[in-house]
Design a protein around this ligand. Structure first.
Ligand code: FAD
Length: 574
């Protein structure tokens, strides 16, 4: 092996978003040594971009809200494919996690009597989203970062992990490289927590930033962990559609939460046709499909979207409640949203599927490997409700950190044999050494095109089969990728590695989507448009066996009787 630096921790956390930082804080509190690695700078994770808020049944605005109602909404939103125990823990623990965040210094918007203010959001039957204008994620990350840094976490920034290391069956650490220098680094750890967030960069139109190439999912998969519910990719109904350079950038659901209304080019409030009860605040899967359908049937706007209008509200109110949106449209699209409508359309936004974990401990199927946040599967089932991600990060970030620390305390120090390290190095150096001449940029563009056209909001068997063969060809071409230059900050080289993650994830999504012959939540099959009860009892799980991707079905965990009763009892309410 080449010379490389080595760091040793009890718990290594990959990812410094809300989930990673919350996990780090909890693991530190258990008295173990904690390291956090992140691909970009600290403070740049997706969490910082979250706008709408954190869902927690605090009942500050709607006194009748409670965890049961939050649990019910989450299960309904997820079309009952959610891991019910995760949904229960999430609904029960979210208020405490938000109060704790406030104690650590987060400044939320307030009600008149000084409590945390909560706003309406799609699929939530009460005003439930705790927020800071439309900059909630920024406040959350700032607070967690301050706390973590004060407690003394070691942070390794601009360092990308490319492989997990194992000692026999259990986890032993991770291998990566410094993005700037290109030097390799080995982290030894008794527990590893994956908090790497989303996968959006495999699609062309996405709200996700450059980092979100599904690395954590691919790392876990390569290490033998199960991936679950991979067919469930959320397309947020409202991304910017114009001008082209900003296509996909998110327009927060808080615009609709604060009273924004969707219309087609004829001025019709089309949600009256698709969900007359919940209208613009229907769940994301429904609104995204509705906009898509309006456009397809010729009622879209000039640039292929819908109008979203909040200009009927006072300008001062809009600027106070949605300051980022006001500036975003003014600066990027030259539109003043206090005076006229925005043009919006669906954008690839969030991954419901991911690493299969135990509800209580967030441990994956590989001993010592944990996952939380967007990289983990289970909580959101077939569709996530807005605001339920930030609360997910806090609730399960904490649980993962705790369990990872306890696991580390119980475990002897693992050893990493040098062959594994040498192999990880060889894999990274190959693109410099081999001939072949395929460009990572061209392959990435083609992958985004395949996923956007064939594995989008509406799917068919024919399209998915075509996508799968396209992905397989791109995988073959990726094995011939060549990059020029040195290891010093070399974006082409970085992309060559990220492509492997994206292709793994793309294949898993497509295979799972092909298998699920029904429409449920975010997964819509034109050839199987209805819910199928049999599929309501099954998850698709993907695992690596003998170097190939295997898909199998795994039954949904039976819900406890008291919770079943709760869903029946309350099913009459809204
Ligand atoms: P992230 O915050 O995405 O962090 C991932 C971390 O992993 C980063 O530090 C990254 O550098 C690191 N990483 C990735 N790969 C590697 C690697 N190979 N090696 C090392 N490090 C790696 N949800 C809500 O609940 N409410 C909202 O209002 C809301 N608004 C949103 C607005 C936008 C624009 C977007 C994009 C998302 C929004 N979401 C919202 C969703 C939510 O923000 C994300 O799902 C959530 O923040 C994910 O958090 P996380 O901790 O799982 O990962």
């Amino acid at each position: 092996t080449l010379a490389h630096e080595t760091h040793e921790h009890d718990v290594l956390i990959i990812g410094a978003g809300g989930a990673g930082l919350r996990a780090a804080i909890e693991a530190l509190a258990q008295g173990v040594r904690v390291g956090v690695v992140c691909k970009s700078l600290l403070g740049k994770a997706h969490t910082v971009m979250a706008e709408g808020g954190i869902a927690a049944a605090m009942a500050n605005v709607d006194a009748s809200d409670d965890w049961r109602a939050h649990f019910r909404d989450t299960m309904r939103g997820g079309k009952f494919l959610n891991n019910w125990r995760m949904a229960q823990l999430h609904a029960q623990e979210a208020p405490e996690r938000v109060r704790e965040l406030e104690q650590w210094g987060a400044l939320f918007d307030r009600t008149e009597n000084g409590e945390i203010l909560q706003r309406a959001f799609g699929g939530h039957s009460f005003k439930r989203l705790c927020h800071v204008g439309d900059r909630t994620g920024l406040e959350m990350i700032r607070t967690l970062q301050d706390r973590g840094v004060n407690l003394g976490i070691d942070v390794y920034m601009e360092c990308a992990i490319t492989r997990l290391m194992k000692d026999g069956d259990r986890i032993a650490g991770a291998f990566g490289y410094w993005r700037e220098q290109g030097r390799f680094v080995v982290f030894k750890a008794k527990s590893v927590v994956i908090c790497t967030g989303g996968i959006g960069k495999a699609w062309k139109i996405t709200s996700n930033s450059w980092e979100y190439t599904g690395d954590g999912l691919a790392l876990a998969y390569d290490a033998g962990a199960d991936l679950m519910d991979m067919e469930f990719v959320q397309f947020h109904p409202t991304g910017m559609v114009w001008p082209p350079g900003v296509q996909g950038i998110l327009v927060t659901e808080a615009v609709r939460g604060e009273g924004g209304v969707l219309r087609n080019k004829n001025g019709e409030r089309f949600m009256e046709r698709y969900d007359p009860k919940r209208l613009d605040l229907s769940t994301r899967d429904v609104v995204a499909r509705s906009i898509y359908t309006e456009v397809r049937e010729g009622r879209g706007t000039e640039h292929g979207g819908a109008f979203l209008d909040i200009s009927h509200k006072p300008a001062e109110y809009i600027k106070r409640k949605l300051p980022s949106m006001y500036h975003q449209f003014l600066e990027l699209a030259d539109v003043d949203i206090t005076k006229g409508p925005m043009e919006v359309g669906p954008t690839c936004h969030y991954m419901m599927g991911g690493i299969r974990v135990d509800a209580e401990t967030a441990q994956s199927s590989v001993p010592g490997l944990f996952a939380s946040g967007e990289a983990a599967a289970g909580l959101h089932g077939a569709n996530r409700l807005g605001g339920n991600s930030l609360s997910d990060l806090l609730v399960f970030g904490r649980r993962a950190g705790l369990a990872a620390a306890e696991h580390a305390k119980r475990s002897p120090t693992p050893t990493i044999d040098s062959l594994q390290i040498a192999d990880a190095e060889r894999e990274m150096l190959l693109p410099f050494e081999r001939g072949g001449g395929e460009s990572p940029y061209a392959i990435h563009e083609e992958l985004q095109d395949v996923m956007q056209r064939l594995v989008g909001i509406f799917r068919t068997e024919e399209d998915l089969r075509q996508a799968l063969s396209g992905i397989e060809k791109l995988q073959e071409r990726t094995a011939r990728v060549h990059v020029e230059g040195s290891r010093l900050f070399n974006p082409g080289w970085h992309l060559a590695r990220d492509l492997q993650s994206m292709l793994t994830v793309a294949e898993a999504v497509t295979r799972s989507a092909l298998a699920r012959r029904e429409s449920r939540g975010a997964h819509s099959r034109i050839d199987y448009p209805d819910l199928d009860d049999a599929w309501g009892k099954m998850h698709n799980v993907v695992v690596k066996k003998a170097d190939t991707m295997k898909l199998f079905e795994s039954p949904v965990i039976e819900m406890s009787d008291d919770l079943k009763q709760l869903l029946i009892e309350e099913s009459g309410t809204k």
